[in-house]
Ligand binder design. Structure first.
Ligand code: CA
Length: 654
């Protein structure tokens, strides 16, 4: 295929289409519309199956305005599968799925036309989106659908085995392992407010027809952005099943008061020349280098061009679809640094029109070099230009546990003094907090606390527990557990939006599968990039929860404490200047949160010895000890903070 476009801006001015694309079925007629301005003819091909030799009809489409091709049928097409056959000059024919397909057959090869209303769970329209007034009220829990429940220890009964590792795994209540809750009940017990699902839209590299072939992927290999992944449903060959089962997941979480955030990977397409985007409009949806070749800002072979009108519209239409059809509560943008700022602000504005509490945040970096101007992209250093969209806070992450890409590097909890100021900045949400002027000023990027997504563990890189095992081999396990808990305290008691990975709350570990002949050592026994590793690496072993129930209870107590007071969830940067004070306490980070009604004093002792700190004036009690429990003995003046612990004191008001 050749590139027909010499000037993209001019091309968009003439050819961009702002009407509805895809299939619209109103119950009586069905209209198909595809934007394919370079085609000389387009044919709709209708099938009875998602694959195989079952073509039943072909229909010529008519060229309309802006290069849109359309055909209208005087009947409904529910249950049918379809593709487009695109003809380019010299009778070059290409068959492809519709990029606007809202459902698909097995392995995402053909679009599917569902009757969405017929797939709604009971009471769907009455199940309300959980209220989250401000992003700082959220506690986000990142989950991979398969990891969550694939193991027998999930407690999902054997007779319901087909729900394990699938959307349906989120709908089973009353599950236990060794006497403690698992799965959905675990989410409720922990107290998180939102589940962020690793990609659940259709991805490429897992063969949906072989669910038991030991395949695995995180899902950052997107194929169809408005379709669900078939690997996570009980019948990928039936176009309806994945939709019904995913809606049941959303319904189950919403009934439990938990919001659902989707991880969206708009930054690249898994296939490049063979992607439906390039097949439909060659060289339009991806960015190109000066030499006309695909640029690779994602590190995955290409990057999309959000600044092009029709990809911008595509992202917008996709988000609106997920929110309106599936009642999704927010989006996490993978490699958001590849999306242009104007587009992301437009998406934010559009989401505001639906519901301003819909969450939007992403990674403020890329996976390679983009040809697009860096001052126009959603890099973290441009944060003020998109202040209502959150950013993963890699500063607090690395400050807590040490640099991600240097395995031996230590952070605050593992005893690194150099991380002191990074932690102070993190506690203040990386905002322009006045009292810290002159202290790690380069770490001040957050427009409001809501922009900082605070974390120390996510699916990428080693788990916190594995990182501690590698980087602090001299510490006994009991000490490393205290370090883990201290890390959790920093994430959950800092200003901003806390984010935890599934299983982090019971010391998740990812034991590596070593190639034959490779000798295990302290570093290679853990997997730091398990995107396609087997279940043995990725799956949640729920028995760990009972084994480390103290750690779980501590995380749970931190979440409850965070929810109990607005002081942990300040919304405006100016509030910090009035209500947050750092104290000079020997060699550890201590701070006070105070308003007219409440006062907390928090000491983060990262030393392997106890420390003595001076409380502010007044009488206090220990609101949270190292077990996550309150101790109601009154105290004042100088108090002891046990080694490797976070002590939270609360002032007693008369
Ligand atoms: Ca797939």
């Amino acid at each position: 295929m050749r590139n027909y476009i010499s000037d993209y801006e001019q091309f968009d001015r003439i050819n961009a289409y702002d009407g509805t694309l895809g299939v619209v079925c109103d119950g009586e007629t069905t209209v198909f519309r595809v934007w394919a301005p370079f085609c000389t003819a387009v044919t709709l091909r209708m099938y009875t199956g998602g694959e195989g030799d079952n073509l039943i009809q072909t229909l010529s489409m008519q060229r309309k305005e802006c290069g849109v091709w359309q055909v209208e049928l005087m009947h409904t097409c529910y249950g049918m599968y379809y593709t487009y056959q695109l003809e380019f000059e010299h009778r070059h024919l290409i068959e492809t799925i519709d990029i606007y397909a809202k459902a698909c057959g097995v392995n995402g090869e053909r679009g599917y036309i569902p009757d969405f209303r017929a797939l709604d769970p009971e009471g769907w329209d009455d199940i309300k989106r959980p209220v989250c007034e401000n992003p700082v009220d959220a506690v986000i829990y990142e989950c991979h659908v398969r990891d969550f429940s694939i193991d027998g220890s999930s407690g999902i009964p054997d007779e319901e085995w087909f729900k394990r590792g699938r959307f349906a795994g989120f709908t089973v209540e009353g599950t236990k392992c060794n006497g403690v809750t698992t799965c959905l009940d675990h989410l409720k017990e922990l107290g998180i407010t939102h589940v962020q699902l690793q990609p659940v839209n259709d991805y490429a590299t897992v063969n949906e027809k072989k669910p038991f072939a030991g395949q695995y992927n995180w899902g950052y290999d997107p194929k169809n952005y408005m379709c669900l992944e078939g690997y996570y449903c009980s019948d990928p060959e039936d176009g309806d099943t994945r939709i019904r089962e995913f809606k049941e997941l959303v319904a189950a979480l919403h009934k439990a008061g938990i919001g659902v955030i989707l991880d969206v990977v708009f930054n690249h397409t898994y296939y490049t020349e063979d992607s439906a985007f390039h097949k439909t409009v060659p060289y339009y949806y991806h960015r190109l280098n000066h030499n006309g070749k695909f640029s690779n800002g994602s590190g995955c072979g290409n990057e999309t061009a959000s600044e092009h009108a029709m990809y911008r519209k595509y992202m917008l239409d996709a988000l609106r679809f997920w929110v309106n059809e599936y009642h999704i509560d927010g989006f996490r943008f993978d490699l958001m640094g590849l999306h242009d700022i104007s587009t992301m602000n437009m998406l934010r504005d559009e989401m505001d029109k639906i519901d301003p509490t819909l969450l939007m945040y992403g990674e403020g970096w890329t996976g390679g070099e983009s040809p697009y101007p860096t001052d126009k992209l959603c890099f973290k250093w441009n944060s003020y230009d998109f202040g209502r969209i959150g950013l993963f806070n890699d500063n607090i992450r690395d400050g807590i546990k040490g640099g991600t890409f240097n395995l031996g590097d230590r952070g605050y909890v593992s005893g690194a003094d150099h991380a002191f100021n990074a932690i102070k900045r993190g506690v203040s949400g990386n905002t322009r907090y006045k009292s810290l002027q002159g202290t790690a000023d380069d770490l001040c990027w957050s427009f409001t606390p809501a922009q900082a997504i605070n974390y120390c563990e996510a699916h990428d890189n080693h788990t916190l527990w594995d990182k501690l095992t590698i980087s602090v081999p001299d510490a006994p396990e009991a000490d490393r557990i205290e370090m883990d808990k201290l890390a959790a305290a920093i994430v959950l008691l800092s200003q901003g939006v806390p984010f935890i990975q599934l299983g982090q709350d019971f010391l998740r570990t990812k034991p590596a599968v070593l190639p034959e002949g490779v000798e295990p050592n302290n570093e290679n026994i853990f997997d730091g990039n398990s995107y396609n590793a087997p279940d043995s690496v990725n799956k949640i072993r729920w028995e760990r929860k009972a084994e480390h129930i103290d750690v779980f209870r501590y995380y749970k107590a931190l979440i409850a404490l965070r929810k109990s007071s607005q002081l942990f969830r300040m919304r405006q940067s100016e509030e910090l200047d009035k209500h947050l004070y750092f104290h000079h306490c020997s060699d550890i980070v201590c701070y006070e949160l105070v308003n007219d009604r409440e006062c907390y004093f928090i000491a983060l002792n990262n030393r392997r010895e106890e420390r003595f700190v001076k409380l502010p004036n007044g009488v206090f009690y220990r609101r949270l000890d190292e077990k996550g429990r309150p101790d109601y003995h009154r105290c004042s003046g100088t108090v002891q903070v046990p080694r490797l612990s976070c002590a939270v004191f609360k002032r007693l008001f008369d």
